[in-house]
Each structure stands twice: as structure tokens, then as C-alpha cells.
Design a protein around this ligand. Structure first.
Ligand code: FE2
Length: 366
């Protein structure tokens, strides 16, 4: 174990919480479209007078959807400003109080101080710090808790239960930060959270005729938590990162990448359930084998589903991106399958950004 892990040992991403306008309907969407399973709920029926929170799970991915009954609550204010979006990236740790102490003494701003929550299933220890924009990290120690999620939540067992789609784990979570702020936030993850920089891209790597961006990928000690940080760079016209910042009204989570063991099962299934993906020009597939070499999959099948491929020194990966999941052109999901590769699809950036630019143009935002 190295020094960084010693001051903030993170086990994994515990859960991801969205603040939304209508938690019940958002839950229906993530269940129907992505195959998340109902797990737990906190609502008027369970004694929550302020919020409704629905917890969904698929394998190791836990999503929480929260809306508020109160017009001026922090949840409602968040939704009014940002639209539906991710508020909490919760991290499972061994010691929530120590995680708070170690990060705040290194400069993190407190979101809430260490506290205990208890019910008949035991006790959960929690604390939280702020990160980019209005996004926060909640530290969760659930080692003394046997309940389904957190105290205050009850088991949710609706009859409606669409099948899973093969999504297994959160591969990475990308944050978009303001102009000139990428280094600041990479440094935050390095110095305050003990992360290391895995990869860095600049505008020479990632630019098309119109779009440019810069990115640094930060990871924790056991590589289970990977947070790429993007900032816009100057291009001819407005970049997709800038469009996000405009519509989200500031920095926030741009996408969640969800891992599947079988992308050729998962993607057609998601499509059948109404998930919309970015389309990739046919030309991308005519040169694919030259670029990535031999792969197990049938190119024709990949082309049909608009699945992208990239190779690095460790292997290759398959990936695809959805269109934005809410009214604003902000948050989206990436579906990824790794076959050895540990990188993030740099070879696909150009094809991908050209596809995003076509959509930006249709929105009048290029
Ligand atoms: Fe990604």
C-alpha cells in the first residue's frame, strides 16, 4: 500500500445520486431503458416529509434518484439551476470521519461533517466534501450496517421489473470544469484525495474543425475509481464542453461510463428499449481494422450498432455514447466493454466529436 492510499483508502464508488424533477418517473426511465432493478425507497410512505428518493441497482451499479416536495430546498434549487443532474458521487471508505479529516486538512471544503445514521439494521458513518461545481463526494462506511441501502430507506418491491441489460460496474465518471480549471481540479484529486494522474490529453490530441478540449484522467490507488476531468479549449466554434457548461450553468458530471461484458448484447437491448445513441459515419468502419488490428467482433455488426473500437498497449475496448438523457444537452451515458485496454478511447475522439457536432448544429449551438 502506498502513501496516497494510506491517507484516503477508497474501496469503490458506493452510489451515484441524481437530483431530478420527478424521482418516480426518472426511476421508471432507468428501470425501463437501462434495466436497473428496484431496491429501496424513501418517501412520504416511509416517513420522509421533504423528499422522495428511489434506489435502483444493476450488479455493482447503484443509482439514487431524488426529488423534493419543497420549492426552496437544496434539491429543488439544484434542479432549477442545473436541470436533472448528478449531485453526489459517493465513495465507500473504511472510515468516514478520517476521510473527512484527511481531505479537509488538505484543503477540501466540507459539505457535511461526519455523522452517524442508525436504524434496526445498524449504523452507517457518513461525511461529505465538495468537488467541482455543485457536485459533492459523500464518504460512506457501511461496515456496521446490514440494511439494503441507508437508514430511512425501505425495501421497494414493485411488480414492474424489466430485465437487466448486462451493465456491471461504473467504469469511470467524467466531470466538465470551467475554462482553465482542469489543472486545478486534477491537483485537487492528486493532493486532497491522493489520486494519481493516469492519462492526459491536450487540444492537439482532441480537436476537430470546431471542437477542442483538454482532459486529465485521475484514479485512486486500486484503480476502481477513475475520474477524467475535461475543460474546454478554443476551437473555431463552441465546443461540446462549452455547450454543457452553458446549459448545466456551470461545472458538473458530463457522463457515466457503465461497463458490460457483452456490448453486442447490451447495446441492441438498450436500443430496443428506447435509448438513443450517437451515430457514427460508415467511413469510420472502412479503416477500422487498419487502425485497431484483429478483433473478436464482426465489423459489420459493430457498424450496424455504431459501436466504436480503440486499441492501446494492453488490449482493446469497445464503446458507444448515448445522446443526452434529459431535456438539456448535458448528462449522457457511455457503454464500454474492455478487452484488456485500460485507456479511454482516444483514437475515437475525432469520429465521436464530429458526430456530437452534427447534433450541436441541429440544436443551434455550434
Ligand atoms: Fe468516457
Amino acid at each position: 500500500m502506498n502513501n496516497e492510499q494510506e491517507f484516503l483508502p477508497i474501496k469503490s464508488i458506493d452510489h451515484v445520486e441524481f437530483y431530478v424533477g420527478n424521482a418516480k418517473q426518472a426511476a421508471y426511465y432507468y428501470m425501463t431503458a437501462f434495466g436497473f432493478q428496484p431496491l429501496a425507497v424513501s418517501s412520504l410512505e416511509t416517513g420522509n416529509r421533504d423528499n422522495m428518493s428511489v434506489v435502483l441497482r444493476q450488479n455493482n451499479i447503484t443509482l439514487v434518484l431524488t426529488s423534493s416536495f419543497l420549492p426552496d430546498s437544496p434539491v429543488s434549487q439544484h434542479v432549477r439551476l442545473h436541470g436533472d443532474g448528478i449531485k453526489v458521487l459517493a465513495l465507500e471508505v473504511e472510515d468516514a470521519a478520517r476521510s473527512f479529516e484527511e481531505t479537509t486538512k488538505r484543503g477540501a471544503q466540507a459539505y457535511f461533517t461526519p455523522r452517524e445514521e442508525t436504524d434496526h439494521n445498524g449504523t452507517v458513518h457518513l461525511s461529505a466534501i465538495k468537488t467541482y461545481g455543485d457536485t459533492v463526494h459523500v464518504f460512506v462506511d457501511r461496515s456496521q450496517y446490514k440494511g439494503l441501502f441507508l437508514p430511512g430507506f425501505e425495501k421497494w418491491e414493485p411488480d414492474y421489473r424489466p430485465t437487466e441489460t448486462g451493465l456491471r460496474i461504473v467504469d469511470h465518471v467524467v466531470g466538465n470544469v470551467d475554462w482553465g480549471q482542469m489543472k486545478t481540479w486534477a491537483k485537487f484529486y492528486e493532493e486532497v484525495m491522493g489520486f494519481k494522474q493516469l492519462i492526459s490529453f491536450d487540444d492537439k490530441d482532441i480537436s476537430t474543425e470546431y471542437t477542442a478540449l483538454m482532459s486529465k484522467v485521475m484514479t485512486n490507488g486500486n484503480f476502481r475509481v477513475k475520474f477524467p476531468i475535461n475543460e474546454p479549449a478554443h476551437g473555431k466554434k463552441k465546443s461540446q464542453i462549452e455547450e454543457f457548461l452553458d446549459y448545466y450553468r456551470g461545472p458538473g458530471v458530463q457522463h457515466l461510463a457503465l461497463h458490460t461484458h457483452d456490448i453486442l448484447h447490451t447495446v441492441p437491448e438498450l436500443r430496443r428499449r428506447g435509448v438513443e445513441f450517437l451515430t457514427i459515419p460508415d467511413a469510420y468502419y472502412s479503416h477500422l481494422l487498419d487502425r485497431v488490428g484483429q478483433i473478436d467482433e464482426d465489423i459489420e455488426e459493430l457498424r450496424q450498432h455504431n459501436i466504436l473500437v480503440d486499441r492501446d498497449e494492453d488490449g482493446y475496448l469497445l464503446q458507444i455514447f448515448t445522446r443526452p438523457l434529459q431535456d438539456r444537452p448535458t448528462f449522457f451515458v457511455e457503454i464500454i466493454q474492455r478487452k484488456g485496454a485500460r485507456s479511454f478511447g482516444k483514437g475515437n475522439f475525432k469520429a465521436l466529436f464530429e458526430s456530437i457536432e452534427l447534433e450541436q448544429e441541429r440544436r443551434g449551438n455550434l
